[in-house]
Design a protein around this ligand. Structure first.
Ligand SMILES: NC(=O)c1ccc[n+]([C@@H]2O[C@H](COP(=O)([O-])OP(=O)(O)OC[C@H]3O[C@@H](n4cnc5c(N)ncnc54)[C@H](OP(=O)(O)O)[C@@H]3O)[C@@H](O)[C@H]2O)c1
Length: 274
């Protein structure tokens, strides 16, 4: 069996690859990337292509049985516009099964896959535990404190390895055709506890300073964030939907092992915060 992983150099894609190898070391893996020099695990074949230009994908789909899809192109996560062509190429190449990493909104790729003949499973993870690398590592290293609004916020955040594990199981073994799988971690963690867990992992007490929304906007803007991103963050953090803070058992139901905790994630990544 051969699996094509799109978004293979990203947070989730790397974990999909790792978990596919863990589940079946004999599976043949091909990674789609725009970068021919991308560093990928040994044995993973590179297919250079761009999802925004479907004509570049023909070789990537050749002899592929299953595909893990992202539904965007480019650094700003723009939705794919020519999804019909992408799905037609995959079908013509004989792809039988797909998983799709859900983004902010359902797009044309989801619609094209639903209308077509490829068995498809939609993965809808909540907030990634790994976002703390991007948002918090700098401040923890330099100041030992986190300054954020919405101090009462809780999140059922997920370990990216569990997104990878669910994708790997479905891609290799099938099932869940047409289903949307909501993926969360094993606990809904309040922000102050999240800070404390990270402090424990790095062996240093960390401070949490709650900002007002106005103070947060000033901070984000001074860090170079544009108005769209600030509006998105304010909504996502200040008005987290129920599904973002409610634990569900999908990871264990699909993979047979409990979802990984934030303490596990923090211990694995402690060095990045020291
Ligand atoms: N962060 C969260 O809390 C969260 C929660 C739920 C859902 N999500 C969703 O997760 C997705 C992001 O996943 P991620 O964090 O794994 O991504 P990421 O780390 O930002 O990596 C982006 C990946 O997309 C690939 N890519 C970008 N444009 C491409 C193009 N035109 N053609 C081919 N490949 C392209 C890149 O490949 P190359 O650069 O190698 O070409 C790279 O592998 C988004 O849809 C987001 O909405 C995120």
């Amino acid at each position: 069996m051969r699996v094509l992983i799109t978004g293979a150099t990203g947070t989730v894609g790397r974990n999909v690859i790792e978990q596919l190898i863990a589940l079946d070391p004999t599976v043949r893996l091909r990674a789609l990337t725009r970068n021919p020099e991308a560093a990928l695990p040994e044995g993973v074949e590179i297919a250079v292509g761009d999802l925004a230009s479907p004509e570049t994908l023909t070789e990537a789909f050749k002899d592929v049985d299953a595909v893990h899809f992202i539904n965007f192109a480019g650094e700003q996560y723009a939705p794919l516009t020519d999804a019909d062509t992408i799905v037609a190429l995959a079908e013509a190449a004989g792809v039988r099964r797909a998983t799709v990493l859900g983004g902010r909104a359902e797009g044309l790729l989801e619609q094209a896959l639903t209308a077509g003949g490829i068995e498809t499973t939609f993965l809808h993870p909540v907030e990634f535990m790994s976002n703390t690398l991007m948002w918090w590592a700098g401040a923890i290293k330099s100041e030992g404190r986190i300054r954020e609004p919405f101090g009462d916020r809780v999140s059922a955040m997920i370990h990216p390895a569990d997104i990878g594990a669910v994708a790997a199981k479905v891609l290799l073994e099938g099932g869940h055709d047409g289903e949307t799988l909501l993926l969360t971690g094993p606990e809904a963690v309040p922000i102050k506890e999240k800070v404390a867990i990270l402090g424990e992992a790095i062996g240093r007490e960390l401070e949490f300073v709650e900002l007002t929304v106005e103070e947060a906007h000033e901070k984000w803007s001074s860090e170079g964030m544009g108005p769209d991103m600030i509006a998105f963050l304010t909504e996502a953090l200040g008005n987290t939907p129920e599904e973002g803070k409610t634990v569900v058992g999908t990871v264990e139901a699909v993979t047979g092992r409990p979802a990984r905790s934030f303490a596990e994630w923090a211990a694995e990544h402690a060095e990045a915060f020291r």
